[in-house]
Ligand binder design. Structure first.
Ligand code: ADP
Length: 302
């Protein structure tokens, strides 16, 4: 059982021949909406990985919120604590993509910024009854810290994906069993840009000095490194004909959380996570690319 306290967004994506400069209006191409938000994406990843997932968060009382709630429910996720809060609109990300794949993104957090410590307390049973509490940094930091403390006190393992990166209080780090971060986040948090196994180890070691027990740095097409009390475990990436990296990180984090939550040893959970990350690069978009447990099994059996 996995409990996610996190963000839910609707991604509003438009193709554009060029990214506009300030003051410019550009006539764009096709427009599409995609469910997103790191919290929701990782909850879906965990559900497809075989986890029994509950979600704690907020959407607005609007059409995007209704669609997003229905989408999570269709994945089998318990949304009893995904509140509909009329004061704020549902979070949206405004995304423009040019033909080379470069993008600009503005996130309007809306209801995600209105998640409160009381929301967490109202969902305390879901959190303390879980095997893993999975967190990101797209809801207020005090909410993340409160949820982590509640879980840690109950002996529930906390997995924190430090995205988007921001300075973390020591007492939050002390509650986390696993920190998962990518290269950019590692650089922001440690000053070390991991470009290979050695520098990833250095970055992870630095985070462990700050109080994190186990640290996983993901290195895109190079794989991932786990550093913990039992030493360092390198996990090379699985070679695939990758198309679009969007969703790889979310697949990795959701799958890893289900792995450790279901009692796998960390290196085996890491291997499944890397397989899920690789599979996610074969399909465009975030949620459409998140693989099922069966797909990961089949891939690993190849
Ligand atoms: P994020 O999306 O957060 O930047 P990464 O790009 O580091 O995360 O991807 C997470 C994991 O997914 C990696 O550690 C790796 O195991 C897997 N992965 C990502 N890109 C590729 C790729 N091109 N080929 C194979 N595996 C990949």
């Amino acid at each position: 059982r996995i409990c996610v306290v996190g963000s839910v967004n609707m991604d509003l994506v438009v193709a554009t021949p060029v990214l506009p400069v300030p003051g410019q209006t550009v006539l764009g191409g096709p427009f599409a909406t995609h469910p997103g938000g790191k919290g929701a994406n990782q909850a879906v990843a965990a559900a497809r990985a075989g986890g029994q997932v509950s979600f704690v968060g907020r959407v607005g009382a609007d059409a995007f919120g209704d669609t997003l709630r229905a989408g999570l429910e269709a994945e089998g996720i318990d949304i009893a604590h995904l509140r509909v809060a009329p004061e704020e609109p549902t979070g949206v990300a405004l995304i423009a993509v040019d033909p080379s794949g470069q993008n600009t993104i503005i996130v309007a957090p809306g209801a995600n910024a209105a998640v409160t410590v009381d929301d967490v307390d109202a969902a305390a049973e879901r959190i303390t009854g879980a095997d893993v509490l999975l967190l990101q940094l797209e809801v207020p930091l005090e909410v993340v810290a409160h949820a982590a403390a509640l879980a840690a006190e109950a002996g529930v393992r906390v997995v924190l994906n430090t995205a988007p990166a921001q300075p973390l209080p020591d007492d939050l780090l002390a509650c986390c069993e696993y920190l998962i971060l990518n290269e950019t986040e590692a650089e922001i948090l440690t000053g070390v840009l991991p470009t290979d196994w050695e520098s990833a180890e250095v970055a992870a070691a630095r985070l462990r000095e700050y109080g994190a027990r186990q640290v996983i740095v993901t290195l895109g097409a190079r794989g991932a490194v786990l550093a913990g009390p039992d030493g360092v475990v390198p996990q090379p990436a699985f070679p695939v004909a990758s198309r679009d990296a969007v969703g790889a990180g979310d697949a990795f984090v959701g799958t890893f959380s289900v792995g450790v939550g279901s009692g796998l040893a960390a290196p085996e959970a890491l291997r499944r996570a890397a397989a899920a990350g690789a599979l996610a690069t074969l399909t465009s978009g975030a949620q459409p690319s998140l693989p099922t447990a069966a797909a990961v099994d089949a891939f690993l059996a190849e």
